[in-house]
Design a protein. Sequence first.
Length: 290
Amino acid sequence: MVVLPVRFERSPRLHPMLSEVAHPVGTRVVVQGKRGPEVATVRGEPTPPQEQERYGAVLRAATPEDLSRWEDLHATGEDLKWLLRARARQRSLPVKVVAVEFTLDESLVTVSYSAEERIELTGLISELRGHTRARVNFAAVGPREQAQMIGTLGACGRENCSSTHLQDFAPVSIRMARDQQLPLNPEKLSGPCGRLLCCLQFEHTQYLDLLKDLPRKNARVCHEGSGACGKVTKLHPLAGTVDVTTDQGVLTDVPAGELRRLTDAEIKAMPDTGRGGGRPGRPNRAQSRE
């Protein structure tokens, strides 16, 4: 027995399945999942099973008959999805039907939907009874799951991460946007689902590593070459540079390696620490004119 990672059509997440045959990558197989028999695709090399792990099972390689039936059920599910959407509008139900999916033996049909409040769905069940004898299961999905199942384009112009490779929805916080020096604009930080971009989370650790080599924002520094001193006002982690504001103006894109951080004693010795300019222990231009 081996473990094969398989992927269903509705998401990029890989599910480990026990198999007696090490099917090659790309093989369409029939698996026994939580909902029943379904068609999936092998997406990785076989590995040995682990103790105390629970797996689904690969029943067999999908036959042409299996694939033909699966395509017919998918087409039927699409038709029923649009039918339920139309009936929901007629009944003024505040619900969006996201997907209608059958198991391969047509014993179960799962209706994935999203709604902002608890609603009564018995009317939609009666609509399905006229088109299938399968047992009906309604599954509520959140905004991110909805975007994953439907598939959308991200701000980068490519298909959204949740539909292509993201395995789990990890928590995303506004602090991650701050660490990446992004403008705190909800429209630019939100994905098609209306939530914070998933890519903020899986890029965050790289930004934290880059920030270790940069001075903190508002830190007092001096430029080794020119001797100009000032306050760090902006960080550029990917470039490894910062912007420094001095009494004489702004130094932009200064490499972090050319800056020396001022000690507390040097900052106290400055004539006016609130202004962020001048060299330590020397009067700034305004004081010289006086």
